[in-house]
Design a protein around this ligand. Structure first.
Ligand code: PEP
Ligand code: MG
Length: 886
C-alpha cells in the first residue's frame, strides 16, 4: 500500500525524492539525535496524486490524523488545545531547493479560544495576538486566496490610527482588533469564514502548499533552474518553536564554512527576539553568528557541536536554520549549502585534505560551469547599477571600453591603446580585425552560434549578442536604449558577457587568479591550487580526449597551454579574412581557368605558412585541417551595396564602371537565398577546380617543411558538409592524388588521414556507407542541429528561443546543449553504423557543443573519442570529461 506520511524519525536524507530536501534532512537530523522539533512529512507522491486528480488521494487524511495524534501524544497537548495549544508550521519542501517560491503557513492551531491559552502559556498577550494575526494573514492569502495587499492595507490603516511607526508599537488590544478586521476581510472577499477548527486549518494548509507547486513564481523558477515540472513538493508539518519570546530567544542562519569563499569556520547571522522569517527578510539588523557566544554561550556551544556533527555526517558545507526558545536550542533545517564557484573548488580540496572525501568525490562536487566562471574577469557585483540593456550571454566575462561602431575604428583606436567595445547590428567575417582589437562585442541581432558569438568565444572575447532592445545606428555611430538614452561613439560602457548585460560607464573588475594559473601554471592561492588539483584528477580518470578549435598558431599555443591534446577543427575559411578575402573573391568569381589559377597560386604560400605555424605549435599532436567551408556570401561583395552603386551611376546618366557592372553580374549569378544550405563545404570543393588541390598541397608542403625541420607534424584532412559517400569518394581521390604528388616531389612521404564531418542528417543516417571512405568522423553539431531542427543558426535564438524556453519546448537552446533525443539520436546512429563498417573508427565532435558540460557527458556516453572546443573551453571540457567518467 502507498504511504503518504512519514514521521521525522522514519525518514533518511537519501529519501529526498519522496520527502523533499527539507523533510529528508529533518529526518536525518532526528536520526542523529539533534534537537529537532518533532513532526512529519506528507510525501511528494501525495502532492502528485492531489495535483493530478484534484482531490486528496485516498487514505492521506487518515494518515495525517494518525501522525498528528502521535505528535500530540509526544507533546502532551492537542493541536489548538484551549489552555495550552500545540501549534504547527506547514512548509513546502521540494526535491530541489526552491527558496521562497512556494507557500508556508505558520502557527496553525490558533483560533479565538486557543489564542487565550497561548497568551497564558507564554505569559505574553501581545505575542499570542501577534501570532494569531500572522496566522490569519498568511492563511487568508495563501490558503484562501485573498490578495496579500489587502492585509497590508489594513495593517497600514491601523498603524496610522494608532500613530505607530511600525508594528512593534501595536499592543495586544490593537492586534486583537486587527485579527477581527482580517477575519472580516476574508469573509467579505471569499464568502467564507476563517476556519476555527485546527484540523481543518491543517488540512487546507497542506493542500494549499501542494497547489503552490504550480504557482507562477514556482513555475518560473523551475524553468530558469531547469527543475522538472512533474516532481511535486512534499509538505513538512512541525511543532512550532518561538524565537520571539524575549531577549533569551532568537533565530539564526549558520553555515559550517563561508559559502562565498569556502573558508572553514562558522559563518552566519543571528537575530535576538525574532522568528526565522525576520532574519531572512532583514527587517532588523542581525549580528554575526559569533556574537551569539556572548549572548547565550551555552546555546552557541551546542550549535557549534551540532554544526560539526552535521558537516562530518554530510561531509560537506551545511547550511542550517535554528531557533533558540528561552535558552533552548532547536534545529529547524539543514541542507548541503549552495556556494560560489570559488567556494566549491576550495571546499572540495579542503575536504580531501581533511580526509573526509576522496579526490573522485571532490571532482564530482565541482563543475565546468564553475571553472568557466573562475576563468573570466568579473565585474564587482557591488559596483554595477541598472543595466542599459540585456542580451544573450554569448561569451562570458567582463569588459570595459568605449563604444565603436565599425571594425576600422575599433582597430584605429585600439592601436592608440584605447580599449574598445565593438557595437554592431551583427558581425560578419569582415569585422574580424575589429573583434580582435576589441575587448568585447555587442550586437543587437544574432544568437549564440551567430558569427559574433562563435568567434568571440573562440577568442575568449566577451560577447553579448541579440540585445534587441538596443537600436544600433552604425551610420549615426550611436545606439539608443528603450528609455531614450543615446550612447555615442567614444562613450565608455561595460559589457557583462556572463549575465548578458550592458552598463553605462566603467564598472570595476576583479581579476581572475584561475586564469593566471592556466596561462602560467602559477598557483597564487588556495582556489587556484584547488582548480589545479581538480583538473589533474579529471585528466587521470577521463576517457575522452580534449582538442581545441583553433585557426591560428597563437590560438593553438594557448590551447596547448590549457591542456588541449590536438586541434579538432582548423577552419581554413577563417584564414582568408581581412586582406586575403579579395583573393578568395577572385577565385570564386574567376571567369577563366587562368584567372582562377592566379588566385589559387597567390593563396598557396599564405596557406602553407599558416599550416606550418600551426603544426609547429601543436608538434606531435593531431591537427585536423578542414577544407574550405564558407557560406559564399561571406566572401563576396555585398550585393545590395554594389547594385546601389551601379544604379546611382546610371541615374547620373553615366556609364557604370565595366568591372563593377561585371562584378555585379557575377555576384547576382552566385547569389543564394539561403547560403547556409547552398554552395558550401564539399560542394565548393567539387565545383571550383583547383581549390582542393591548392589546400591539400599547402597542408602537404607544410608537413614536409615541418618534417625537414625535425618536427613531428600530425596533420589530418577533413571534408566538410558531406551528405553522400560519393562526394567524399571523389574528394578523397583528389586529396590522395595531391598527397602522392607532394610526396613524390619532396621525397618526404606525406601520410594524412582523411576524414569527414558528420553535420547533415543524411550523413548520420548513411554513416555506415560514409565510413567506407572516411578514416575519422567529426560531428559538426552546429550544422547538424541547424539541419535536424530546421532552425537557422544565425537567426532563431534571438528571434524566438526565449518564448520556446518559457513555454518549455526545450530546457536549453539546442545550439548550446545537445538535444539528446533528436540530434543525439543521429549521433548515436552514426557512431554505431560508422564503427560497424570500420571498427575502431576515431570519432570526435567539433561543434560548439564540444565545450558544453552537459553535452560533454552525452558524448562520453555516446562513445566518442574526443571533444573539440574553443581554447578557452578546453579546461572546462577536461574537467567535465573527467566528471563524466566517474
Ligand atoms: C559545425 O557545423 O558544427 C561546425 C563545427 O562547423 P561550422 O561551425 O564551421 O559550420
Ligand atoms: Mg558546419
Amino acid at each position: 500500500m502507498v504511504r503518504y506520511v512519514y514521521d521525522f524519525c522514519e525518514g533518511r536524507h537519501d529519501m529526498a525524492d519522496l520527502l523533499g530536501g527539507k523533510g529528508a534532512n529533518l529526518a536525518e537530523m532526528t536520526r542523529l539525535r539533534l534537537p529537532v522539533p518533532p513532526g512529519f512529512t506528507v510525501t511528494t507522491d501525495a502532492c502528485r496524486a492531489f495535483l493530478g486528480a484534484g482531490v486528496e488521494p485516498e487514505g492521506m487524511s487518515d494518515e495525517v490524523s494518525r501522525h498528528l495524534s502521535a505528535l500530540e501524544d509526544s507533546a502532551g497537548r492537542r493541536l489548538g488545545q484551549q489552555d495550552d495549544p500545540l501549534l504547527v508550521s506547514v512548509r513546502s519542501g521540494a526535491r530541489f531547493s526552491m527558496p521562497g517560491m512556494m507557500d508556508t503557513v505558520l502557527d496553525i492551531g490558533l483560533n479565538d479560544d486557543s489564542v487565550v491559552g497561548l497568551a497564558e502559556m507564554s505569559g505574553s498577550d501581545r505575542f499570542a495576538w501577534d501570532s494569531y494575526r500572522r496566522l490569519v494573514q498568511m492563511f487568508g492569502s495563501t490558503v484562501m486566496g485573498v490578495d496579500a495587499a489587502r492585509f497590508e492595507e489594513a495593517m497600514t490603516r491601523l498603524k496610522e490610527a494608532c500613530d505607530a511607526p511600525d508594528d512593534l508599537y501595536l499592543d495586544a488590544n490593537d492586534l486583537a482588533g486587527l485579527v477581527e478586521t482580517y477575519k472580516q476581510l476574508i469573509l467579505d472577499e471569499t464568502g467564507q469564514a476563517f476556519p476555527q477548527s485546527p484540523a481543518e486549518q491543517l488540512r487546507l494548509a497542506i493542500l494549499a502548499v501542494f497547489r503552490s507547486w504550480n504557482g507562477e513564481r514556482a513555475r518560473l523558477y523551475r524553468r530558469r533552474e531547469q527543475i522538472p515540472d512533474d516532481l511535486g513538493t512534499a509538505v513538512t508539518v512541525q511543532r512550532m518553536v518561538y524565537g520571539n519570546l524575549g531577549a533569551d530567544s532568537g533565530s539564526g542562519v549558520a553555515f559550517t564554512r563561508d559559502p562565498a569563499t569556502g573558508r572553514p569556520g562558522p559563518y552566519g547571522d543571528y537575530l535576538a527576539n525574532a522568528q526565522g522569517e525576520d532574519v531572512v527578510a532583514g527587517i532588523r539588523n542581525t549580528v554575526p553568528l559569533t556574537e551569539l557566544e556572548h549572548i547565550d554561550a551555552r546555546s552557541y556551544r551546542q550549535l557549534r557541536d551540532h554544526m560539526a556533527t552535521l558537516e562530518r555526517h554530510y561531509r560537506d558545507l551545511c547550511d542550517i536554520e535554528f531557533t533558540i526558545e528561552r535558552g533552548t536550542l532547536w534545529m529547524l533545517q539543514t541542507r548541503v549549502g549552495k556556494r560560489t564557484a570559488e567556494a566549491a573548488f576550495a571546499i572540495a580540496a579542503e575536504l580531501v585534505e581533511e580526509g573526509q572525501i576522496t579526490p573522485e568525490e571532490a571532482l564530482a562536487r565541482v563543475s565546468g560551469e564553475g571553472l568557466a566562471r573562475l576563468m573570466f574577469p568579473r565585474f564587482d557585483a557591488d559596483a554595477t547599477g541598472e543595466p542599459l540593456a540585456h542580451g544573450l550571454p554569448a561569451s562570458p566575462g567582463a569588459a570595459v571600453g568605449v563604444a565603436v561602431f565599425d571594425s576600422a575604428e575599433a582597430v584605429r583606436r585600439a592601436e592608440t591603446g584605447e580599449k574598445v567595445v565593438l557595437v554592431r547590428q551583427e558581425t560578419t567575417p569582415d569585422d574580424l580585425p575589429g573583434m580582435v582589437a576589441a575587448e568585447a562585442v555587442l550586437t543587437n541581432r544574432g544568437g549564440k552560434t551567430s558569427h559574433a558569438a562563435v568567434v568571440a568565444r573562440g577568442m575568449g572575447k566577451v560577447c553579448v549578442c541579440g540585445a534587441e532592445d538596443l537600436a544600433v545606428n552604425t551610420e549615426a555611430r550611436c545606439f539608443a536604449t528603450p528609455d531614450g538614452t543615446v550612447v555615442q561613439e567614444g562613450t565608455v560602457i561595460s559589457v557583462d558577457g556572463s549575465a548578458g548585460a550592458v552598463y553605462a560607464g566603467a564598472v570595476a573588475q576583479v581579476a581572475s587568479p584561475a586564469m593566471r594559473y592556466l596561462e602560467t601554471g602559477e598557483r597564487t592561492d588556495g582556489v587556484t591550487a584547488a582548480v589545479a588539483g581538480a583538473l589533474e584528477q579529471a585528466d587521470s580518470v577521463r576517457r575522452l580526449e580534449v582538442r581545441a578549435n583553433a585557426d591560428t598558431a597563437e590560438d593553438a599555443r594557448r590551447a596547448r597551454r590549457f591542456g588541449a591534446q590536438g586541434i579538432g577543427l582548423c577552419r581554413t575559411e577563417h584564414m582568408f579574412l581581412g586582406e586575403r578575402r579579395k583573393l578568395v573573391e577572385e577565385m570564386i568569381l574567376a571567369r577563366t581557368d587562368a584567372e582562377r589559377d592566379r588566385a589559387l597560386a597567390a593563396l598557396l604560400p599564405l596557406q602553407r605558412q599558416d599550416f606550418t605555424d600551426i603544426l609547429a605549435a601543436m608538434d606531435g599532436l593531431p591537427v585536423t585541417i578542414r577544407l574550405l567551408d564558407p557560406p559564399l556570401h561571406e566572401f563576396l561583395p555585398d550585393r545590395t551595396e554594389l547594385a546601389v552603386r551601379v544604379a546611382a551611376t546610371q541615374a547620373r546618366g553615366e556609364q557604370p564602371d565595366p568591372l563593377e557592372a561585371e562584378l555585379l553580374e557575377a555576384v547576382n549569378r552566385m547569389h543564394e537565398e539561403n547560403p547556409m544550405l547552398g554552395l558550401r563545404g564539399v560542394r565548393l570543393g567539387l565545383v571550383v577546380p583547383g581549390l582542393v588541390a591548392m589546400q591539400v598541397r599547402a597542408v602537404a608542403e607544410a608537413v614536409v617543411a615541418r618534417t625537414r625541420a625535425g618536427g613531428s607534424p600530425q596533420a589530418e584532412i577533413m571534408v566538410p558538409l558531406v551528405g553522400a559517400v560519393e562526394e567524399l569518394r571523389i574528394e578523397r581521390t583528389e586529396v590522395a592524388r595531391v598527397l602522392a604528388e607532394v610526396s613524390e616531389e619532396s621525397g618526404v612521404p606525406v601520410r594524412c588521414p582523411v576524414g569527414t564531418m558528420i553535420e547533415l542528417p543524411r550523413a548520420a543516417l548513411t554513416a555506415g556507407r560514409i565510413a567506407e571512405e572516411a578514416e575519422f568522423f567529426s560531428f559538426g553539431t552546429n550544422d547538424l542541429t541547424q539541419t535536424t531542427w530546421g532552425f537557422s543558426r544565425d537567426d532563431v535564438e534571438a528571434a524566438f528561443f526565449s518564448a520556446y524556453l518559457d513555454k518549455g519546448v526545450f530546457p536549453a537552446s539546442p545550439f548550446e546543449t545537445i538535444d539528446p533525443d533528436g540530434v543525439g539520436r543521429l549521433v548515436r546512429i552514426a557512431v554505431d553504423e560508422g564503427r560497424a563498417t570500420r571498427p575502431g573508427l576515431k570519432i570526435g565532435v567539433c561543434g560548439e557543443h564540444g565545450g558544453d558540460p552537459d553535452s560533454v557527458h552525452f558524448f562520453h556516453t555516446a562513445g566518442l573519442d574526443y571533444v573539440s572546443c574553443s581554447p578557452f573551453r578546453v579546461p572546462v571540457a577536461r574537467l567535465e570529461a573527467g566528471r563524466a567518467a566517474l
